[in-house]
Ligand binder design. Structure first.
Ligand code: TUI
Length: 316
């Protein structure tokens, strides 16, 4: 059975995190993943402090296993949710889309294991100095807010740059990719897109259907002009957005910003995948059936162990 430092330290059966996806990762999904032996994460992105507190309480009712909270640092509520995780005794905090430096001391003093997402070795080193327990090296194959480097290039470079555990993210939907990440030196993986279709995932069925029908080349990165590149499924909406993005003499940054406001909530919560934006990673086309989080995790692990066993047969 694959077991790494992450299993012991976080008291989880499998070294597998569920991505803290905005408007997606609620108490239902996080508890489903934690009950299945992974680390479930609640996304604080779309919540103010009190909404996050309610979601954490709900999660505590649904599972007695460890779970974490992801804090999206561009959120207008980042300061208040940063306090709520301390008050609620959350054990693990992951962060995304920025540098969590200003919160690190407070979290570490509260005994929280802080695991920032990093898109570069420079940020990984800075996080290690500030006391991060581990980092998540997320390649640009992932859905949502993306960095420039791919998982294949980023993970081994981060592994060499720091002396804390590295979790790989971006482009991981099956056991082969999990096994490959272990080969690159990661001690675990974070999976986002595949959990979008977990039974416990409460997003609109229309969003799930977009993932289930996606082809390999169906994702696109929008928003580079504003400095917030986001990977999502191509649609009429992304074509319009891209047209505006490349026509800066006609469309101002403010107009572009307005075009992106609220579109993830619209798709994920209201099922309006025509006017909304369906965030997903490049592995969306590998995600072909809805199933409980437990089956997703067990499939990832069984296949990874098969691949690793097979690979070792060639080692003399
Ligand atoms: O954060 C994510 N993925 C996300 S956040 C999100 S919410 C959103 N919705 C609509 C538009 C924009 C965002 C959807 N998906 N992943 C973690 C991640 N963090 N990926 C890349 C980074 C990152 C990038 C730059 C982390 C740090 C960073 O450094 C900034 C600095 O200050 O050095």
């Amino acid at each position: 059975m694959i077991s790494t430092v992450i299993n012991e330290e976080l008291k989880i059966k499998y070294p597998i995190f569920q991505g803290g996806m905005a408007w997606v990762a609620d108490a239902s999904l996080a508890a489903g993943v934690s009950n299945a032996g992974g680390l479930g994460l609640i996304a604080a992105m779309n919540s103010n402090g009190e909404q996050l507190r309610a979601e954490i309480k709900k999660c505590k009712e649904l599972t007695d296993k460890p779970f974490g909270v992801n804090i999206m640092l561009m959120s207008p509520f980042a300061d208040e949710v940063a306090d709520v995780v301390v008050e609620e005794g959350v054990k693990v905090v992951t962060t995304g889309a920025g540098n969590p430096g200003k919160y690190m001391d407070k979290w570490i003093q509260a005994g929280i294991k802080v695991i920032p997402v990093v898109p570069s070795t420079a940020l990984a080193r800075r996080m290690e100095k500030l006391g991060a327990f581990a980092v998540i090296a997320e390649g640009g194959e992932s859905g949502g807010h993306v960095g420039d480097l791919t998982t294949m290039a980023l993970v081994p470079q981060v592994v060499d740059a720091v002396n804390i555990p590295v979790i790989a993210a971006g482009g991981i939907a099956d056991g082969r990719q999990l096994a490959a990440c272990l080969m690159l030196g990661a001690v675990g993986v974070q999976v986002g897109t595949r959990f979008l279709v977990a039974k416990e995932c409460t997003i609109a069925q229309e969003y799930k259907d977009k993932i289930l029908k996606a082809k390999d080349i169906d994702t696109v990165v929008t928003g580079k002009r504003l400095g917030h590149p986001v990977r999502c499924i191509k649609s009429g909406y992304t074509r319009e957005y891209t047209k505006m993005e490349y026509d800066s003499s006609t469309y101002s940054d403010d107009e572009l910003e307005a075009k992106g406001a609220g579109v993830l909530r619209l798709a994920a919560r209201e099922g309006d995948v025509k006017n909304g934006c369906v965030l997903a990673g490049q592995v969306a086309s590998m995600v072909t059936k809805e199933e409980p989080a437990k089956d997703i995790i067990e499939d990832l692990f069984t296949k990874a162990e098969e691949v690793l066993g097979g690979a070792l047969k060639w080692v003399k």
